[in-house]
Design a protein around this ligand. Structure first.
Ligand SMILES: Cc1ncc(COP(=O)(O)O)c(C=O)c1O
Length: 353
């Protein structure tokens, strides 16, 4: 309440001090040159693509296991989203990326999914070989790392969402674009504020896509516990892993210490189960809520979007198996223990057969 009162008593609503502080905080947190707060994660993607001159006739490659917003942003700048397979860790499959490249391809857009960063070495070498840009949809992965480098900072630009359910979530919609490229930053700064420069003069076409100052102030407050929150999420992931990794029917996300190249923030704990729907009902009956991300559909499985001829067997198999267990700092060790006990009980009955 103090934060809200402070912002309101200053009448500081648009492009004010709290937003500048927030942008500085994110710059420091993830080690990037420019951060620009925008309306939400979807607009962050659209403006990043526009700033990179992606438009008519261009193709952008992404995993089909991503949020519809990743593909929609490409559609809305006039380009074509090209959907490919994901690998065993649910991240975009580099070999499928390479197979999808043609002379219209302009960008590879990996989603840093569930709080994990993709194998960026593999993607970067493909991008370099074919002269492509990388724009990361890092909406789910603020401060997750690959080889010590943060998601969002690898490519030409990266984007974040501060939707309330994100590890860093505000009290409404919010997003940001990050980049080490001065020109991209300059263009996004114009695009997000009606094409106006610092003197208020309109110098290009722009739109209204600014992160509200009041949301920035809330995010600054929440950033104070952000690192602690992530450590707790990693503890919970380790507890799930320890209790469940010997159940053959489950395929778990990589454990926090499974691979020294990755530092995952566990935005979600998305596992695969061969008996997903039965397990989900069993848990619901015992008061454990679970989520099937994006309604259990990959982007190419939505009708009416023009992907009727796309076949991606790996992703399609996974979408019938994906399930997200509860993952939140409010969970106590007892809560996590109870959830694990329920799952072990499910697999010890003939329920699963
Ligand atoms: C992977 C991914 N991309 C894009 C977005 C879009 O962000 P927003 O909801 O802030 O527009 C989200 C948010 O849920 C997301 O998870």
């Amino acid at each position: 309440m103090d934060t809200l009162h402070d912002v309101m008593s200053r009448g500081a609503y648009i492009l004010q001090r709290d937003l500048e502080e927030f942008e500085e905080n994110i710059r420091e947190l993830i080690g990037v040159k420019h951060v620009l707060g925008v309306a939400d994660g979807t607009n962050a993607l659209i403006l990043a693509l526009r700033a990179a001159d992606v438009g008519d006739g261009d193709e952008v490659i992404m995993s089909s296991h991503t949020y519809i917003a990743t593909a929609a942003s490409v559609h809305f700048v006039g380009a074509k989203p090209v959907l490919v397979e994901c690998g065993a860790d649910h991240m975009i499959d580099p070999e499928s990326v390479e197979r999808a490249i043609n002379d219209k391809t302009k960008v590879i857009m990996p989603t840093q999914l569930n709080g994990r960063t993709c194998d960026m070495d593999a993607l970067q070498s493909i991008a370099d070989k074919h002269g492509l840009a990388i724009i990361e949809d890092a909406a789910q992965a603020l401060s997750s790392m690959y080889k010590g480098k943060c998601a969002g900072t690898f490519g030409l630009a990266g984007t974040f969402s501060f939707y309330p359910a994100k590890v860093l979530g505000c009290f409404g919609d919010g997003g940001a674009i990050v980049t080490n490229n001065d020109e991209i930053a300059e263009r996004v700064a114009l695009f997000r504020d009606h094409g106006r420069n610092k003197d208020g003069e309109v110098v290009t076409w722009g739109t209204n896509s600014r992160l509200d100052n009041i949301q920035a102030a809330i995010l600054n407050l929440k950033l104070r516990t952000f690192k602690k929150d992530i450590e707790r999420r990693r503890q919970i992931a380790a507890m799930y892993d320890q209790a469940l990794n010997n159940i053959d029917d489950l395929f778990l996300p990589p454990a926090p210490d499974a691979d020294e190249n990755h530092y995952d923030i566990y935005q979600n704990y998305e596992l695969e189960s061969g008996h997903r729907d039965e397990l989900r009902s069993f848990l619901a009956e015992r008061g454990v809520g679970t989520i099937i991300q994006w309604g259990g559909k990959a982007v190419h499985q939505f009708k009416g979007l023009g992907f009727d001829n796309v076949r991606l067997p790996v992703v399609e198999k996974m979408t019938s198996r994906f399930l997200m267990l509860p993952m939140h700092t409010a969970l106590t060790d007892e809560d996590v223990g109870y959830i694990c006990d329920c799952i072990v009980e499910f697999y010890s009955t003939d329920y699963a057969n």
